[in-house]
Every structure is written in structure tokens, then in C-alpha cells.
Design a protein around this ligand. Structure first.
Ligand code: AMP
Ligand code: ZN
Length: 140
């Protein structure tokens, strides 16, 4: 398959590996959005979050705190962001990956949340939570 992250796992494309086990591979993101920016990926090719099975999810996510603590120890950041981009608008590599981004005073990373609480009343919150619950029940 023509996937750069599968090629990285196979060693066909070089990477700065920081962690590997039977199911998971972690390496430096080439962009280094902040110092230590690391990607955690499953060895099994999965396009994105929607395709992640429970066993693979457990394997990948269980490595995240271990790496977060290693980044904290190595670089003493003020904080850390964990990011996944699934499909549009931001996913650029179609092999599931989790970004770990240590944060520093005056770094140049731009992640912000918006607060739309003023647009919501009880009936809107209820409609949204009902839609999610009903979709969850249909998944089974
Ligand atoms: P996303 O936009 O969430 O799909 O993230 C893909 C990430 O992969 C980007 O942050 C890229 O910098 C990174 N990336 C692409 N090619 C490589 C590579 N060969 N080695 C390391 N990181 C890469
Ligand atoms: Zn792949």
C-alpha cells in the first residue's frame, strides 16, 4: 500500500523512532510543531479514528501517557496537547496517528477552542445528546 507511515514502520522511509512494541510505533513528527512533537501510530494500517478497532485503540492509547511523561521529563514543558485529525479539514496522512505536542511559553503552536455556550439552551443540549445516544444504540 502506498502509505508513508506503513513505509516508516517497515523501515523503507527513515524516522526518528522513540518507541516501538508489537502493535505500536512512535516517532518524531518531521514538522516539530513544538520541540518533541511525536506521532503515535498503530502498526496495522487504519485510515483514521473511524476505522480503529477496540484492541488496536487500547494498544495505541495505552502508550500515550507513557510518552507524555517521557516528554515531560525530557523537556519540562508547561503543558501538552494531544491531537488527532480525522478526515477534513486537517488530516493529511491517511494512517491513523495521535499527535503529542509539548507546550512551551511563547511557542508558535495555534490550538484554540471556541465557546458556543451562549447559543445553547436546555432543549438544544438535550437534542444533541439524544442524537448521539441514538446513534450509539444503532452501532450495536
Ligand atoms: P495530520 O495533518 O494530522 O494528518 O498529520 C500528519 C503529520 O505527519 C504532519 O504533522 C507531518 O509533519 C507528519 N509527517 C509527514 N511525513 C512525515 C515523515 N516522513 N516523518 C515524520 N512525520 C511526517
Ligand atoms: Zn499505513
Amino acid at each position: 500500500m502506498d502509505c508513508i507511515f506503513c513505509k516508516i514502520i517497515d523501515g523503507e522511509i527513515p524516522s526518528y523512532k522513540v518507541y516501538e512494541d508489537a502493535f505500536v510505533y512512535a516517532f518524531l513528527d518531521i514538522s516539530q510543531g513544538t520541540k518533541g512533537h511525536t506521532l503515535v501510530i498503530p502498526k496495522k494500517h487504519v485510515d483514521n479514528l473511524y476505522g480503529l478497532d477496540e484492541r488496536t485503540a487500547k494498544a495505541v492509547f495505552s502508550v500515550v501517557p507513557k510518552l507524555a511523561n517521557a516528554l515531560k521529563k525530557a523537556f519540562n514543558p508547561i503543558g501538552l496537547n494531544v491531537v488527532n485529525n480525522t478526515e477534513k479539514p486537517l488530516q493529511s496522512v491517511n494512517h491513523f496517528h495521535i499527535h503529542l505536542l509539548p507546550r512551551y511559553e511563547n511557542d508558535t503552536l495555534n490550538i484554540s477552542m471556541s465557546n458556543n455556550q451562549s447559543l445553547y439552551d436546555e432543549s438544544k443540549y438535550t437534542a444533541v445528546s439524544d442524537a448521539i445516544k441514538s446513534a450509539l444504540n444503532k452501532e450495536k
